[in-house]
Design a protein around this ligand. Sequence first.
Ligand code: ADP
Length: 430
Amino acid sequence: MKNNWANELQRLAWLLTSCFFIGWLLGYALQGLVVGCAIHLIWNFSQLRRIHAWLMSKDKNQEPPELPGFWGAVCDKIYYLQRDQQRIQAKLEADVAYLHSSFASLSDAVVMINGHGTIDWCNTAARSNLGLRYPQDLGQHLLHLFRDPQFLQYFDGLNYDKGIEVKAPNNGQKTLWVQLTRFGEGDRLLFARDITEVQKLEQMRRDFVSNVSHELRTPLTVISGYIDNFHLFTDKIPQMALPLEQMAQNAQRMEYLLRDLIDLSRLETLPNEMHSTSVSLSLLSRMIVEEAQASLGDETRVINVDIQEHVDIWGNQLELHSALLNILINACKYTHDQGLIELICRKDEKGAYFSVTDDGVGIEATHIPRLTERFYRVDPSRSINTGGTGLGLAIVKHVLIRHDGELLIESSPGQGSTFSCHFSSHRLSE
Ligand code: ADP
């Protein structure tokens, strides 16, 4: 380019000098210079015209015109830039097509939504799962097609960390798990999975557990009744005393197990009720401390309490009682004799909380995320010896879900644990 500039200047200098010289010979030196400038201008204009015609040509592959000097170099540069641009565009188009085809082959529905909330693209599964029509629904606002109130709230909310379960807009029998994610500048990607079958299986599992638990209850009551009656004859047949004692203990364990299984399946299956009863966590806390002390028998625990008055939340008294008692009984079970337990029930800036801290055996960090699973025990033999069913914390978790609460567990082995239940402020009843 530098050379071209030098050549161009040289050429101009030659032209102007020649015109000036000829003009001078003819006695019109200045006019000669003007004619030189005009020739230069016209020549440049004609080169520009050829470049313009080439750039405006419909044939994008047309070679650039052969131009001398500086203009030729400019044309070549434009041509190379054009080629680069075409290559990049082709690569981008191929990438987009590849992405579209991989999304299209997904069995989950994928919908791209732009910053205005209108649909930019959707895959084949979105047509069957969400009933979208392609391409007719492109450019439509998603909420015109997906009117579920719960989805509307989710769509307009700021938090897309978790997905939600909603009924399919085109089929009330179908349940979808839907999750939104943000990308680009205000754009959103919607994933929807059909979970109808999974839900059916889950329902079948719950029904099965619930039915079996109910069915086992009656025979167990009969057996327990006979065991109690046989106890009356143990002075006549002393060798039966020990087996009968063991039978009674095991029947009792089974009863606890069935009770917890029935409670759990009730919590899982009943729809989340709109609580209209105000439950005093302060009174419940005092009540469960007495119950826990009574359950300890010969052993003792020092239970310190810090209970604020009038910590009241909208909820179900029985469910909350069972959850809080489970936590306190666990603290007693997994703490040595004379162990120290602290129970706190207070309001805080987020709402209210109930926490139980013990100085007992503690729990390894790896176990903590799994503690609320059914029958998950850190030390199964210890749990069974202390009369545990392995369902207590699963019940606590479900009760808290039904009260929009959250269970937090902090623990270190050998030092003790803190189990705390947090209730958000909209649950406070005063
Ligand atoms: P379990 O009937 O076995 O106590 P839970 O569901 O109540 O069942 O508790 C699950 C497991 O969590 C227990 O088996 C025990 O290992 C552990 N755990 C619960 N609470 C405590 C606690 N306060 N300290 C130590 N471990 C605990």
